[in-house]
Design a protein around this ligand. Structure first.
Ligand code: AMP
Length: 182
C-alpha cells in the first residue's frame, strides 16, 4: 500500500515549491505530472509527441495517458515511504482512478488557496515556456472547470485541509508539516 498526499490548487499556487521542501523533509517521493510530461516532450517520446501541443495551449492531457504514466511512477521503489502528488488528480476520473485502486491510500489533501490576480502575476514571473498570457488564461479556466470541483469531492470525504498559500514559503511549509501523518 502506498500512502499518498495530494497537493491540490490552481497553477502558480506554489504546490511545486512546497512539494519539493516537504518531500525532502519527510523523505517521500515528489511526483509532478507536469514535470514528467515536460520531460516526455523534451525526450520526444510517443507520449511527449502527443502531449506537446496540449501543454503549449494549456489544456489537459487525456486522462488515460496521465493515469497510466502516474501509476507506473508510483510503482517505483522510491515511493515506498509515500508520495506527494503535485498536479494530479486534475479531473474527477483521475481522482476516481486513485480511489478505485486498493494499492493506494490517500492520507490527506492540501488545498492551496490563492486569489486569481496573484496567480497570474506569479506565473508571468516564472516565465516557463507554457507561461504565456494566453496559456495562463486557458489553464486557469481549465482549473475552474475540471479541477476545482475536486475541492468539494475531497472535502466530503473529510480529507481536505485548506491552507492560505499567500504567506512566506517557510511559514506555509511549517503549516503543511504540522498536517503530515504518513
Ligand atoms: P503543471 O506543471 O502542473 O502546471 O502542468 C503543466 C501542464 O501539464 C498542464 O497545463 C497540462 O497540460 C499537463 N498536465 C500536468 N498534470 C496533468 C494532469 N494531471 N492531467 C492532465 N494534464 C496534466
Amino acid at each position: 500500500m502506498t500512502n499518498i498526499l495530494i497537493f491540490l490548487g490552481p497553477p502558480g499556487s506554489g504546490k511545486g515549491t512546497q512539494a519539493e521542501k516537504i518531500s525532502e523533509k519527510f523523505q517521500i517521493a515528489h511526483i509532478s505530472t507536469g514535470v514528467m510530461l515536460r520531460d516526455h516532450v523534451d525526450r520526444k517520446t510517443d507520449l511527449g509527441i502527443k502531449a506537446k501541443s496540449i501543454l503549449d495551449e494549456g489544456s489537459l492531457v487525456p486522462d488515460n495517458l496521465v493515469i497510466e504514466m502516474l501509476k507506473d511512477r508510483l510503482d517505483s521503489d522510491d515511493c515506498k515511504n509515500g508520495a506527494i502528488l503535485d498536479g494530479f488528480p486534475r479531473t474527477l476520473p483521475q481522482a476516481l482512478s486513485l480511489e478505485n485502486d486498493e494499492k493506494f491510500s490517500i492520507k490527506s489533501v492540501i488545498f492551496f488557496d490563492v486569489n486569481q490576480e496573484e496567480l497570474v502575476k506569479r506565473m508571468l514571473e516564472r516565465g516557463r515556456s507554457d507561461d504565456t498570457e494566453e496559456s495562463i488564461k486557458v489553464r486557469l479556466q481549465v482549473y475552474l472547470n475540471e479541477t476545482e470541483p475536486l475541492v468539494g469531492f475531497y472535502s466530503k470525504k473529510n480529507l481536505l485541509t485548506e491552507i492560505n498559500a499567500l504567506g512566506s514559503v517557510d511559514d506555509i511549509s511549517s503549516s503543511i508539516s504540522e498536517l503530515i501523518n504518513l
